[in-house]
Design a binder for this molecule. Structure first.
Ligand code: 1PZ
Length: 211
């Protein structure tokens, strides 16, 4: 069985590679290079995450469509732009950083999605319940809900009642109890690196991250 059948493994491996590339850049003495991250590998890793939506019911179809559209925009941009930083700088020049649909805005939202999954996995690792409702609600409330309007919050709240059990999720991911814990832990550590890196990038360009 190859890793194509194990989406969680593919995801954690992809983010691990990106986290490692950030680490090696940090050893580079040139400060201008420190915040560079390759857009193509980042957007590819983000597109692997889409597979997780397949484990959820149709209640999260709208979230999937939103996430996939944003990631596709970043993948498209990566055909002509090398790094996250240069992508953002182009938006700054064109004065469209916060404009709906801009690459930079999509990047911020995708980053927030990655962060929600990080907190979700952390909560799953801490909890001994078989229901995902509490971990998922906690992750959503902590990371995404402050930025969502009433209608989206209600739709997500309703979707929480349709989540599969943890056992079912493990099955769908083609993992077992032990391997799912290991891969979730890997994603938690690797994604934290990548998320902090993107936050620093936004802050170094004085864009803020709370919008
Ligand atoms: C066990 C798994 C539980 C998962 C629960 C998932 C809950 C995620 C719900 C997210 C709903 C997002 C709906 C759309 C929101 C949009 O209004 C904003 C608009 O951004 P704009 O276009 O204005 O710039 N989009 C977002 O906030 C991006 C949301 C990304 C969500 C990714 C979640 C990943 C979840 C994976 C689950 C395994």
């Amino acid at each position: 069985m190859d890793s194509g059948d194990r989406p969680l493994r593919k995801i954690s491996e992809a983010f691990n590679e990106i986290a490692n590339s950030i680490n090696s850049h940090h050893q580079n003495p040139n400060p201008n290079q420190q915040l560079d991250l390759e857009l193509a590998s980042f957007s590819r890793a983000c597109s692997l995450v889409s597979a997780l939506f397949g484990c959820l019911g149709i209640a999260f179809k709208f979230a999937e469509m939103d996430y996939v559209a944003k990631v596709n925009d970043l993948c498209e941009a990566s055909k002509s732009i090398l790094t996250l930083q240069s992508m953002i700088e182009k938006d700054i020049e064109q004065n469209c950083v916060r404009k709906p649909g801009s690459h930079t805005r999509n990047l911020l939202k995708v980053k927030r999605g990655l962060d929600m999954i990080r907190v979700l996995f952390e909560q799953i690792l801490l909890s001994d319940e078989n229901s995902l409702k509490n971990p998922a609600s906690m992750a959503y409330e902590q990371v995404l809900s402050p930025y969502h309007g009433w209608a989206v919050q209600k739709a997500v709240g309703a979707g929480m009642y349709t989540l599969p059990s943890k056992q079912k999720l493990v099955q769908k991911l083609n993992e077992d109890e032990a391997s799912v814990r290991r891969e979730m832990q890997n994603y938690v550590s690797a994604s934290a690196f990548v998320i902090v890196h993107i936050d620093k990038l936004f802050q170094s360009l004085e864009l803020g991250i709370d919008w």
